[in-house]
Design a protein around this ligand. Sequence first.
Ligand code: SAM
Length: 273
Amino acid sequence: MNYRHAYHAGNFADCMKHALLVTLLQSFLRKPAPFMVLDTHAGIGRYDLHSPEAEKTQEWQDGVGKLWHEDASSPLADWLEQVKQAGGPEFYPGSPLIIAQMLRTQDSLICCEKHPEDKRSLYRLFANTPNVTVHERDAYEALRALLPPKTAKRGLILIDPPFEEPGEFDRLAQAVQTIQARFANAIIAIWYPIKHRTPVRIFHETLMATGIRNICVAELLMQPPHNPDQLNGAGLLVIRPPFGFAEKASVQLEQLQHALGAHESCVTQLVAE
Ligand code: SAM
C-alpha cells in the first residue's frame, strides 16, 4: 500500500468528488429520518495543504487553490463552505470530515481505512465525535461485514479506491452486487480515474448489464483521455441518485470546468429510473 492521499488532497479530482458528495448529502437532510454513510476508503480526513506531501506535488494549486474566490452564488459555494469550516484555505477536508460536518445527531458515519498510519490519524480526528466510527479494515470485506446498517434505513455508500492494484474496476463491480444484496435502496457513489476511455467504458457496460436501474455518471476531463499514463479526468458513478442530482451536478461540473480551465464536463444518465 504505497498510495497516500496527502499528496493529492484538494486536486481537481477531489474538488469534483467532494462538491458532488455535498449535493448527495444535502438530499438526505431534507427528511428527519436518520441516514448512515459508509466511507469505504476514508483516508485521514483532514489535510494540511502546507505539509511536505502537499508541497511536493502542489496538486491542490490546480484544484481548490483556484476556487477560493467563488462567491456565495456559485454552485460550488455549499462545498466550499464545508472546506472553510474544516480550516480552509490552510487545511482541506477529505470525504469523512465533510460527511461528519454535515451529520445531524440522528445520523452516523462509518469509515474504513486500511493503511494503519492513516487509520490512526483518522481515529484521532474523530476521537470526540460520537456518531463517527473508524475501522482499520479492508473496504470490500467491510461491505459484507457492516451491511445492512443497524442504525438507519437510508444510506450512502461512498467507494473511493486508490486504483493502485490491477483489477479495481472488477472489484468495484463485485462490490455493487454485494451492496445490492444487502442494502438495496442505498445510494452508491463510486469515484474512478479517467486515464483512457476503454476501462471506463467496460466498467459502465458491466454495471448496465446488471439490471440495476437509475445509474448516473458525472465526469470532468482536464484534457482528452489520450495518454493512459496520466490522470486526464475523473468520474463519479452514482446508483440511485436523489431527485434533481443530475441537474445540480451538471451545473457544478460546468462551474468547475470553467474555473479550473478543464477540457470537458458531462453528466449522463447511463440507465434510466
Ligand atoms: N475518500 C478519501 C477522500 O475523499 O478524502 C480519499 C481516499 S484515497 C483516494 C484512498 C484511501 O483508501 C487511501 O487512504 C488508502 O490508504 C485507502 N485504501 C487502499 N486500499 C484500501 C482497502 N482495500 N480498504 C480500505 N482502504 C483502502
